[in-house]
Design a protein around this ligand. Sequence first.
Ligand code: ADP
Ligand code: ASP
Ligand code: MG
Length: 423
Amino acid sequence: MTLLVMKFGGSSVADAEAMRRVADRVVAAHRAGNQVAVVVSAMGDTTDELLDLAAQIAPGTPPEREMDMLLSAGERISMALLAMAIQRLGVPAKSFTGAQAGMRTDTAHGRARLLDVQPQRVRATLDEGAVAIVAGFQGVSVDDDVTTLGRGGSDTTAVALAAALEADVCEIYTDVDGLYSADPRIVPTARRVTRLTIEETLEMAAHGAKILHLRAVEYARRFHVPLHVRSSFSDQEGTWILVGRPLTEDTMEEPIISGIAHDTSLGKVTAVGIPDRPGAAAAVVGAVSKAGVSIDMIVQNVSTSDAHTSDISFTIPEADGTTTVAAVRALQEQMGFADVLYTSHVGKLSLVGAGMRSNPSVASRLFQSLADAGVNIEMISTSEIRISVICDQADLTEAVRAVHSAFGLDADEEAVVYGGTGR
Ligand code: ADP
Ligand code: ASP
Ligand code: MG
């Protein structure tokens, strides 16, 4: 018997009608003879609304423990309503909180990491022939407090549950027909990718393609969980992300470039006029990492007018801007550098695809297409299967569209975005 984990995102369960549509789909899968475990997100924009409410009541930094109690409620509402909708269709169904489903985490509220997954109650429910529904994005800490896994974390719940249950596949149902060559909200002519390797998917997710939570993709890679991304609004075939399986002839024919990810959630910090001596970069980067901030991209230039100083620029999550600037400023006097500059108006474009290294024309075509579109490149970084550039955030949409066309990725038809806000 096939065991399916089906995960439905917020836009797929946004209202009662959507909830009933999801129930129909789950019941159809169950009646087709599968064991079905479901993971649900909070309805529509519930998580954002709860965050707004908390900000009105406790402006600044609300208590983390209570924030997790609050936010985890969004997913609980969905799971109970979906269980009712499925029962109405004559199929037994039971809902479980993250804690009941055995999602044990560390104590890092708001960004908890899974330590252990023991879904005995879910397994027993499936063995009874019922559908098990699990609240996404949450767990219980080793201190017995409710935790959440970070925004978009229901994908990670789904993959972790699929791994623990040894499910045959983890289906991620969302508001677009699969993973596209670019975000269809930015590039309407984006092309659906039928199959993608887990490494390419990781690069896409790590560099802003938020259709999949990065940690979910990492988890899928580690535990060999096959992912199938598709729409809950249509019956289109979606995108398969396969792990640890040989490429079939079909995948060999996929284009070298699989997609473009973009990210607008970064800020850029520059320490200006740093005396050029060994240890300078280590001191700056060390101070930032000590402040708990992860650096994305770094460049260092030796100044040509005065060979004894250099500038170091790096990008960080925009949310960490204030912390990072404070950490670098604290070094300014002691290291004797001139200034610390910060801008949150940066955007990152990442071109992802296997086989880039053996195709040097890829980089030149990328830079030429940006030049033709009048986009100035501020920083560049590369990996085996990715080239990323930082540019002005105002230029990012234009940049993504230009690069998409330059690599011949445009489809004849426009992609359908069925709902949601894409947040
Ligand atoms: P859910 O609520 O189902 O978790 P999300 O909003 O988190 O859905 O993710 C789906 C959204 O991801 C899409 O609506 C789309 O705007 C965005 N997205 C970003 N990059 C891509 C991409 N390469 N392919 C498809 N969708 C993408
Ligand atoms: N509801 C949470 C969020 O909006 C988790 C999720 O949807 O994956 O981030
Ligand atoms: Mg999501």
